[in-house]
Design a protein around this ligand. Sequence first.
Ligand SMILES: [Zn+2]
Length: 315
Amino acid sequence: MRQLLLLLLLGWVPPGWAQPAPAFTVVPLGVKGGLAEGNLSAYLVAAAGSPGYIALDAGSLRPGVEKAVANHVFTAPVEEVLRQQIKGYCLSHPHLDHVAGLLLNAPDDAPKPIYGLPACLATVQQDYFNWRAWPNFGNGGPPPALGKYQLRALVPGQETPLENTPLSVQAFELSHGPGMQSTAFLVRSRESYLLYLGDTGADEQEKSHYLRALWRAIAPLVQAHQVKAIFIEASYPNSQPPAQLFGHLTPVLLLRELGALAQLTGSAALRGLPVVVTHLKPSPGNEAIIKQELAAGNALQARFIFPEQGVKLVF
Ligand SMILES: [Zn+2]
């Protein structure tokens, strides 16, 4: 018995006790919901053990890769990670704080696809890649089209392979304020899933049913413990007046949405589920209040994670 205890203390794992191997590697390149120009929404995701990443949003790229390289998350130099290890981009919506890193690094980037819902891609092509806001790095729009990026429209609810990775993605529409569409990406690696929500308001405020539909779609996967992590925003503290939410969530609204998911799955399915909280607006005092409000309301016992730029996560 003492020998077993010693072996356990030394990190020996008896056969059959092993944790399931992780399915995803995530490298947050930017985590803040505004203000911090060098640290805006962008999350690299890869199948565990694969060197090919997809960027979920691209608010800040280079500063995040620089930090990750300094943290020994990557062994390749910054340029090579940006050009070669990022195999493509999934853009949730075309707000500048989600695309600025992609635009600014485009001149030095290697050719690759940009995935998104048609309306998001149309804005990127027409309003950025138009030779007025920025050169036309797209494959349509005003000539000459440089064709560095292939804009690949996703069809909601239909799975699309992410080129040069073992991953595939399914897009779900979200509502991000009046007339503003956003997207949730359900990324699959074999039998495992990672759900990333771009900016979103709550169904009640948005007068929409998009989150309800998303929860219905993923509920069976959550019940089967195939969803390894959910990335969802909490931009403002609970004190933010409803008229000034601008299509975002607060802790109480996020918790209410998790409650809506739990109604479909049973609350046991959410216990310990990693919920990565994104897009906290870094105004003075804001982030500490959001963290405290989430912890205080966490009756479902989800595992809230607050990502840090350049610090690897595995799920
Ligand atoms: Zn936005």
